[in-house]
Write a protein that binds this ligand. Structure first.
Ligand code: NAI
Ligand code: MG
Length: 360
């Protein structure tokens, strides 16, 4: 049966990076006879301009029906502060994530040998780095009730949020982490604050329970403050790192920046059936939009994740990753990863170079 991929450009450089990634995905579809079908929809600022909301009904219908979604980025100064919060471009992203139940956010931080000089850390700490952060995306303190700002009896205001996780929510994110580890180096490090927060005492218990079902995977635990340090001191000690929404937000940004190149970081957000939403970690980069200088590789590698997790086409995903490696080996660079002696090319040319390298 053929699977359907919904392609959404979004705003800013979303248009250019998706054009490049779409070309790569369609080329792989032909080469490996994947039998994928494609559709397009809108999300974000331009979607608001056209339909009056950032997550239009047409997009919702198509997104619910699709097996996977490849997305660029959204937002831009022309929409900042001009509309109510729930109509801003960014609301489109939150809406589609919660509508599709995308509870598992996977962010690999991989250092390409060819680019380690760009890392803020010493090359020997970063060379060969390959870690996967699994962040719970629909629970925890970002969604817990009650929340708000209240006025106390003495007139002073008090802000409050609630950090909550049910066993079922912890169990399903644990399974994603252990399954990812089984396909990698078979180690899961669960990050919590079980010395202070009861919610993470339960988190730790459930991790231990789920681990029994994966005897080939080694589970360890680390407090979040230590994890933040260890990511900088010795990032290569990690394989899969699993954590809740708040800690994951911070640690995934920290881990990804270790590689030094925002244009190189893909991500996946999965539901319980491995239907997924795939996008680069960066935003819509309005400062460089429309100039054909954006780096499309994060989006191209997001397409590789799409094939791996939602289509079950691991060898096609490997084909894309290998092509990206060859293009870097050949010295081709967009502006954000350029260094002396390399060949500077644009977004479109980078997409074409990856297409050409698919069958090399
Ligand atoms: P940004 O990630 O768009 O840009 C930060 C810096 O990195 C800029 O200098 C940009 O030129 C550069 N950059 C980003 N991606 C690049 C790429 N592929 N190639 C080369 N350079 C790249 O973050 P910023 O500036 O904070 O936000 C811009 C807009 O994007 C805002 O409207 C923001 O809300 C939105 N945004 C959207 C996200 C999404 O769609 N998932 C995520 C983050 C921000
Ligand atoms: Mg963040």
């Amino acid at each position: 049966m053929s699977k359907n991929v919904l392609i959404i450009e979004g705003d800013g450089i979303g248009v250019e990076i998706i054009a490049a990634a779409e070309k790569v995905l369609k080329a792989v579809n032909e080469i490996d006879n994947l039998n994928l079908t494609f559709d397009t929809a809108m999300l974000g600022g331009r979607a608001y301009d056209q339909y009056g909301k950032p997550y239009p009904d047409d997009t919702q219908t198509k997104a619910r029906a699709a097996d996977a979604i490849l997305f660029g980025a959204l937002g831009g100064p022309q929409w900042d502060g001009k509309t109510e919060r729930h109509l801003r471009p960014e609301a489109g992203l939150l809406d589609i994530r919660s509508d599709l139940g995308l509870f598992a956010n996977l962010r690999p931080a991989v250092a390409f040998e060819q680019l380690v000089a760009a890392s803020p850390l010493k090359p020997e700490l970063v060379g060969g780095l390959d870690i996967m952060i699994v962040r719970e995306l629909t629970g925890g303190i970002y969604f817990g009730q009650p929340r708000g700002i209240r006025t106390l009896e003495n007139g002073e205001k008090q802000g409050f949020n609630t950090d909550v996780y049910k066993e079922s929510e912890i169990r399903r994110i644990a399974k994603v982490a252990f399954e990812a580890a089984q396909k990698r180096n078979k180690r899961v490090c669960s990050v919590d604050k079980a010395n202070v927060l009861e919610v993470t005492v339960l988190w730790r218990e459930v991790m231990e329970e789920v681990a029994k079902g994966y005897p080939d995977v080694e589970l360890s635990h680390m407090y979040v403050d230590n994890a933040a340090m260890q990511l900088v001191i010795n990032p290569k000690q990690f394989d899969v790192l699993v954590t809740g929404n708040l800690f994951g937000d911070i640690l995934s940004d920290e881990a990804s920046m270790i590689t030094g190149s925002i244009g190189m970081l893909p991500s996946a957000s999965l539901d319980v059936n491995n239907k997924g939403f795939y996008e680069p970690c960066h935003g819509s980069a309005p400062d460089i939009a429309g100039q054909d200088i954006a780096n499309p590789l994060a989006t191209i590698m997001s397409a590789a994740m799409l094939l791996r997790y939602s289509i079950g086409a691991a060898s096609s995903a490997d084909r894309i990753q290998a092509a990206v490696g060859r293009v870097l080996d050949a010295g081709l660079r967009t502006k954000d990863i350029y260094s002396d002696g390399m060949t500077l090319i644009g977004c479109e040319a980078m997409g074409q170079a990856v297409v050409d390298a698919l069958t090399e």
